[in-house]
Design a protein around this ligand. Structure first.
Ligand SMILES: Cc1cc2nc3c(=O)[nH]c(=O)nc-3n(C[C@H](O)[C@H](O)[C@H](O)COP(=O)(O)OP(=O)(O)OC[C@H]3O[C@@H](n4cnc5c(N)ncnc54)[C@H](O)[C@@H]3O)c2cc1C
Length: 390
């Protein structure tokens, strides 16, 4: 790993200054407060502003296609993370838009891609089902051919941001008698279709997600993404992006691991606790003078540094596991008032550690649980073979 500092050219420095100022104008305290309250991880005004200023298009396109250079992409992504921009929905939108471009009909690309880049069209993921999400290929949501269209029936669990999206990238089963992985087909289903019902669902950390029901939803064949029964091939690219197992470029400027943004939040929380623990109380005593506090804070710093330096799938597990392990320690150091959420009088840290503690649980679930990632590492990275249960 190369820890060298990147010297910015004068033009890139201007880009950094302008981007930081632009984000500060749009991602205000009010936006962040609303995001904590709604748990949506999305803000339409911010998204449209970034689209209107060309940031979404530049982030989505490759450099050769007019997008950001690697340095500017890094600057943009770091500034977005540092401002705590509600950002999750761009992740799903940009990944799915790439698959539409790669596997979708030209007419569908024309219908969808310009709106994605302007920010008006957002795309969400419909993989997980009520009976289980880790083994997505067991999908039961049915799509049955009906002339030039398909009729879809089923239910999807945890379709995050469906309430803000125009389409869902939907995994369906098109051949229940076919063999696993060879009976799946992907669609980009317009969420305003008759028969789609979106019901809100709130998770333990306060996130808003949804359960979505599909009852005789009629979708034209032009919304199919990839060949019939070849959905697994299409979906693999999306899963690789989500799992952080996709190809890495050799300029070294990409995030070390997926979920690095969560790592930034975690690092900020440890800094916050260290700053509070260094303050003397009315009697001149500091929490930091207690050897056990020093030990636990030191251990948290070391764990965070190790997690932030751990690459790819390993890094994703390291970030999720570290967040679960250190957040109780951080809350304990600050005492009972650390359990009070943001904007609450008497909170020890304006809810920073309380939020980290609650975020740690879903961070080890969405996009694949920590257990499933550990199996993938064992099987694919370490070559230890398939796990055997029972
Ligand atoms: C906040 C949030 C947002 C989400 N957003 C989306 C979204 O936008 N779109 C979407 O499609 N899904 C989404 N998900 C779903 C997420 O991807 C699934 O929750 C996840 O894949 C796990 O599936 P499951 O919850 O059905 O658990 P299950 O698969 O039922 O697993 C239950 C338990 O069994 C363990 N387990 C399962 N299989 C194995 C195995 N092979 N080896 C070892 N242990 C195993 C798991 O680790 C877990 O502890 C979201 C989830 C959350 C919490």
């Amino acid at each position: 790993m190369d820890f060298a500092r990147v010297e910015l050219s004068a033009e890139d420095q201007v880009f950094l200054d302008e981007t930081r100022a632009f984000i500060a104008t749009h991602v205000t305290d009010e936006v962040r407060r609303r995001d904590r309250q709604t748990g949506e991880n999305f803000d339409e005004q911010v998204h449209l502003a970034l689209g209107g200023a060309g940031y979404l298009a530049a982030d989505w396109r490759s450099e050769s296609d007019g997008g950001f250079s690697p340095v500017r992409r890094r600057i943009f992504q770091l500034e977005i993370a540092r401002a705590h921009t509600p950002w999750y929905h761009w992740g799903t939108t940009s990944v799915v838009a790439r698959l539409v471009q790669q596997f979708g009909a030209p007419r569908l690309c024309e219908e969808v891609l310009p709106g994605v880049l302007s920010g008006e069209i957002r795309l969400c993921l419909g993989y997980t089902e009520p009976e289980g999400g880790s083994d997505v290929a067991t999908c039961k949501t049915r799509a049955v051919r009906d002339g030039s269209a398909w009729i879809i029936n089923g239910a999807k669990m945890f379709t995050s941001n469906a309430q803000n999206a125009r389409y869902v990238f939907l995994l369906t089963n098109t051949d229940p008698r076919g063999s696993k992985h060879k009976n799946l087909t992907m669609f980009l289903v317009p969420l305003d279709s008759a028969g789609v019902e979106i019901r809100p669902l709130r998770t333990v950390d306060g996130d808003r997600t949804n359960i979505v029901y599909y009852s005789d939803v009629r979708v034209d064949d032009r919304y199919r993404i990839g060949e019939v029964n070849a959905g697994w091939t299409v979906m693999r690219s999306a899963l690789d992006a989500e799992h952080g197992t996709g190809e890495r470029e050799d300029h070294g400027l990409q995030d070390v691991a997926t979920m690095a943004g969560h790592g930034v939040l975690m690092a900020e929380a440890v800094d916050t606790v260290a700053a509070i623990a260094s303050q003397p109380d009315r009697d001149g005593r500091r929490r930091l003078d207690d050897a056990s506090v020093k030990h636990r804070l030191g251990r948290s710093f070391a764990r965070v540094e190790a997690a932030l330096s751990t690459p790819t799938m390993f890094g994703r597990v390291a970030i999720g596991q570290t967040m679960r392990d250190i957040s109780p320690d951080l809350m304990d150091i600050l005492g009972a008032a650390a359990a009070l959420p943001t904007d609450t009088e008497g909170s020890a840290d304006d809810g920073v550690t309380d939020y980290l503690f609650r975020l740690a649980l879903p961070t080890g679930i969405y996009g694949g649980t920590l257990e499933v990632f550990r199996n993938m590492i064992a099987q694919h990275a370490l070559g230890l073979g398939r796990p055997r249960y029972g």
